[in-house]
Design a protein around this ligand. Structure first.
Ligand code: CP
Length: 326
């Protein structure tokens, strides 16, 4: 369980990686080093092995997770629940905040203070950028962001990177093409931030109005990465080692006419995949709404369902790590 030391949440007192995660909030991937990522991926490998061998463990028996979602979710919410249950812990699920005291006007800090009275760790999805950081400031227990508006989705970034490594055996040296709504896609922002730690070349494929925010682009350039921008998948399909496709996020558009103009801008079809490398990974954070045709699903390079499963192993690893049990 997390404790307070000199008014701060407890972080590692030893150089041991395990200790460096204990009691820590996870609100942005900016907080991770390559060594952190190697450590978490190693724990995720162990979690995968446990689940495949025996299904569950009692590593977090007696611990409680508060799963607080102010925005819709299928994968993130259910994989956090599955992760906690497979580790032997319990969950307080709050997935319809309209049925909680949020609908009576309760503030985020008060909701967080309430939940940390009952739980040992809080997972939060919220529509406002920075909400997880606010929650973490008020909580003495670890807060893990499950996505904050158009900001970041750090656990998705981790599972995406873990998937690239699992599929291709390396991250260094890869050409990663990110396709679709790069402006509003929080998974894109987190993954791009993680890729800056590796020797990668990136191509950002989007319509003009959905380009990667300048802040994210400049971070990549400052880290020494080469960043290309184009509006055509044709420019990358033959050279990409990873094609990371995203949905155009209707819910982020103030003017739905703008959404209609770009919603079908990219479609990954079997004919397009026939031009891609034999060894590459086609990824998508999901949900998809037409960007990848269903008849691509049987292609061995289609990694998005394995990517989704990896989310549970990464979240098991993170829960165990922040609770000092990894
Ligand atoms: N990838 C992802 O965040 O999916 P959900 O919105 O279903 O959680």
């Amino acid at each position: 369980m997390a404790t307070m030391v000199n008014g701060q949440k407890r972080v590692g007192l030893a150089a041991d990686r395990r200790h460096s995660f204990y009691g820590r909030d996870i609100v942005s991937v900016k907080q991770f080093s390559r060594e952190d990522l190697t450590y978490i991926f190693g724990v995720a490998n162990e979690m995968r092995s446990i689940v495949r061998r025996v299904g569950t463990t009692d590593l977090l028996k007696g611990y409680v997770l508060a799963n607080l979602f102010y925005e819709p979710s299928t994968r993130t919410s259910s994989s956090f629940i599955a992760a906690m249950v497979r580790l032997g812990g319990s969950v307080i699920p709050i997935h319809g905040v309209q049925y909680s005291s949020v609908s009576k006007g309760e503030s985020l800090p008060d909701t967080i203070r309430t939940l940390e009275s009952y739980a040992d760790v809080i997972v939060l999805r919220h529509p406002e950028v920075g909400a997880s950081e606010v929650a973490a400031r008020y909580a003495s227990k670890p807060v893990i962001s499950a996505g904050d508006g158009v900001g970041e989705h750090p656990t998705q970034g981790l599972l995406d990177l873990y998937t690239i490594y699992s599929e291709l055996g390396t991250i260094d040296g890869l050409h990663v093409a990110m396709v679709g709504d790069l402006k509003n896609g929080r998974t894109v922002h987190s993954l791009a931030r993680l890729l800056r730690l590796y020797d990668t070349t990136l191509t950002m494929v989007s319509p003009d109005i959905l380009r990667l925010p300048e802040e994210n682009k400049q971070e990549l350039i400052a880290a020494g990465r080469t960043v290309h921008e184009t509006d055509s998948v044709d420019d990358v399909i033959e050279s990409a080692d990873v094609l990371y496709v995203t949905r155009v996020q209707k819910e982020r558009f103030a003017d739905l006419r703008e959404y209609e103009a770009v919603k079908d801008c990219y479609e990954i079809t079997p004919a397009l995949m026939a031009r891609a490398k034999e060894r590459m990974a086609l990824m998508h954070p999901l949900p998809r709404v037409g960007e990848i045709h269903y008849d691509v699903d049987d292609d061995p390079r289609a990694a998005y369902f394995r990517q989704m499963e990896n989310g549970m192993y990464i979240r098991m690893a993170l829960l165990a790590a922040v609770l000092g049990k990894a």
